[in-house]
Design a protein around this ligand. Structure first.
Ligand SMILES: Cc1cc2nc3c(=O)[nH]c(=O)nc-3n(C[C@H](O)[C@H](O)[C@H](O)COP(=O)(O)O)c2cc1C
Length: 212
């Protein structure tokens, strides 16, 4: 079955993309407006793009309707240039989901979700104390494309709870961190607990030996 993007409604692009680009990591982003008002919201149009420099990308769709109104996260990052990516693990999944609720501005999703905060090292927005790892970022570029914004953030500091760091690498003990991923549809996720498989890389020399 083919779907010609010029012939299908935009909502179908969403359904097809989230089913095919899955599982996706989730960035639970804390950001602040010019007055220091804290905001937290999850985004799964998210990944790292390069490591030198360390750049992450987040896709934020504007709110529905005209004129285009950006989501608070995108607006805050454009105005203040800083944000924190809190890593979403199994134990904070329900709290993360509460942060996606469209509460009125006077209500704090951070408090309602049961999160508390801890100061960041290099940026003004705090990280979430219940997140086991977080990346402090400064805005590199925001691209406005159609109804969406693509935010490129440069990571300026990594925070990881000691128990999840193998200092030798340093490697992240990802099989102990229990991050979750987002799948198709609105409420579907995957666990990573007991789900790892290992496929060692093969050098050309090994490849040649194996073939004989
Ligand atoms: C797991 C999850 C992932 C999400 N990913 C995105 C995303 O990638 N882009 C987006 O625009 N909205 C995404 N959303 C919806 C936003 O989190 C939601 O619109 C939120 O209210 C935005 O909050 P804000 O206005 O405070 O930034 C996601 C929601 C959930 C629960």
């Amino acid at each position: 079955m083919y779907f010609d993007v010029e012939q299908i409604p935009t909502s179908h692009n969403y359904k097809l993309l989230v089913g095919l680009v899955a599982p996706r990591p989730i960035a639970l982003i804390t950001s602040m407006d010019e007055n220091g008002h804290l905001n937290a919201a999850p985004f799964s149009a998210y990944n790292y793009l390069c490591t030198d420099p360390p750049i992450v990308a987040i896709g934020v769709t504007n709110r529905p309707g005209q004129p285009a109104v950006p989501k608070d996260t995108a607006r805050n990052i454009r105005r203040t240039g800083e944000f924190v990516v809190n890593i979403v693990t199994e134990d904070i999944a329900e709290k993360m989901n509460i942060c996606a609720t469209d509460f009125p501005p006077e209500m704090s999703e951070v408090e309602l979700a049961g999160f508390t905060t801890t100061p960041s090292l290099k940026v003004k927005p705090p990280r979430l104390a219940q997140a086991h790892a977080a990346m402090e970022c400064v805005e590199h570029t925001t691209l406005e494309i159609g109804r969406s914004r693509i935010i490129l953030g440069r990571v300026v500091s990594f925070y990881v709870e000691d128990q999840f760091v193998d200092a030798e690498g340093p490697y992240i003990k990802a099989d102990e961190l229990h991050s979750i991923g987002r799948m198709n549809g609105l409420g579907n996720y995957v666990r990573t607990r007991d789900a790892f498989m290992s496929i060692p890389r093969i050098s050309y020399a090994e490849w040649q030996t194996k073939k004989r």
